[in-house]
Design a protein around this ligand. Structure first.
Ligand SMILES: [Zn+2]
Length: 326
């Protein structure tokens, strides 16, 4: 509803009835990655089309966009992405003159707002971050996910439900600015999302109680913000940069942590090659569980984000010795 006025869209609607063609009068929202599309689905009103740019199976860390995908950017009324610290392949396009005005970087929304809750979450994160890394890794520790705005802070903000809520507020604001926006409906959807997330979070906290003593190892830092939110113990991160295989020294340190861990469980991700980490766990009693930070199998519906949170919790629960598949 952004470009054409109501009278014109009625005319188009009538001709669509006559000729059976599709009318593109809906609001079209493009999300860089699927979890952001889930947040949009929770907030958007009827008549909103959503799509995800990074296709299933690909990782935003090393994705390179085919020139034909520019059409998706051109055809959208608003584009949501995490920001330059995450989807580096979009930085030039979405901060440039062509798409800058219709783009919303959601990581800025979670870290630059005045909300004191956010500020303290970020500080908590900084304070505890080193405890999650294998010792002696400070030389490699500065965050590897990019050098743009937000560098140094873990960019996987969408796995934390409180940050997701802040992102949902920014999505509501952006959708409310579009012509023809139904603001009361957007507000209602945001409130409904807020209460569904609060309920889901309580449920997950209860489910994860027995996991507190398990030593979790993550493939890359995508898991950290979820772990911090639910007070889970992450004893090691296999690769500090998912675009590279880790160095021998880092692998040796992770192996040492795995050896001394209590029921070590390695949370792997479907986007990355399984071979090299299989070999580092050889001869060790390690449980494996796969979670998907990109929510690939989750239906893009208003309840999708809660289902995504549950899918992460389910993967963690598979780490319990009684549920484990070795
Ligand atoms: Zn990542």
């Amino acid at each position: 509803m952004r470009i054409i006025n109501t009278a014109l869209s009625l005319t188009l609607g009538a001709s669509a009835l006559l000729y059976g063609s599709t009318v593109v009068a809906d609001t079209r929202v493009l999300a860089s990655i699927k979890p952001l599309e889930l947040l949009v689905r929770a907030i958007a009103t009827e008549g909103t089309q959503t799509t995800t740019l990074v296709p299933p199976g690909a990782s935003p860390h090393n994705y390179s966009m085919a020139p034909s995908k520019r059409r998706a950017l051109e055809n959208s009324d608003v584009i949501f992405w995490v920001g330059p610290g995450m989807e580096t392949f979009l930085t030039r396009l979405l901060t440039g003159s062509e798409f800058g005005e219709r783009s919303v970087a959601l990581m800025g929304e979670t870290t630059n707002t005045g909300a004191s809750e956010n500020v303290s979450m970020i500080q908590d994160h900084e304070d505890t971050h080193h405890a999650h890394e294998p010792q002696g890794q400070d030389h490699e520790h500065e965050h590897d996910h990019g050098d743009g705005e937000g560098a140094g802070q873990d960019p996987h903000v969408w796995v934390d439900p409180h940050m997701a809520l802040t992102m949902a507020e920014a999505i509501r604001d952006a959708l409310a600015r579009l012509d023809g926006a139904d603001k009361p409906a957007l507000d209602r959807n945001l409130r409904a999302f807020e209460s569904s997330i609060a309920a889901k979070e309580m449920e997950i906290r209860k489910q994860l109680e027995p996991v507190q003593d398990i030593s979790l190892f993550a493939y890359h830092s995508a898991f950290i913000r979820f772990a911090e939110h639910y007070n889970l113990k992450v004893e090691g991160v296999l690769t500090l940069n998912p675009e590279r295989s880790p160095g021998a020294r880092h692998i040796a340190e992770v192996q040492a942590s795995l050896r001394s861990a209590n029921h070590p469980c390695l949370l792997t991700e479907p986007q990355f090659n399984r071979q090299w980490w299989r070999s580092i766990t050889q001869g060790l009693d390690v449980t494996f569980s796969t979670w998907d930070p990109l929510a690939t199998g989750i239906e893009a519906s208003a309840d999708g984000y809660a289902a995504f949170q549950q899918s992460i919790a389910d993967a963690v629960l598979k780490c319990l010795p009684e549920n484990a598949q070795h």
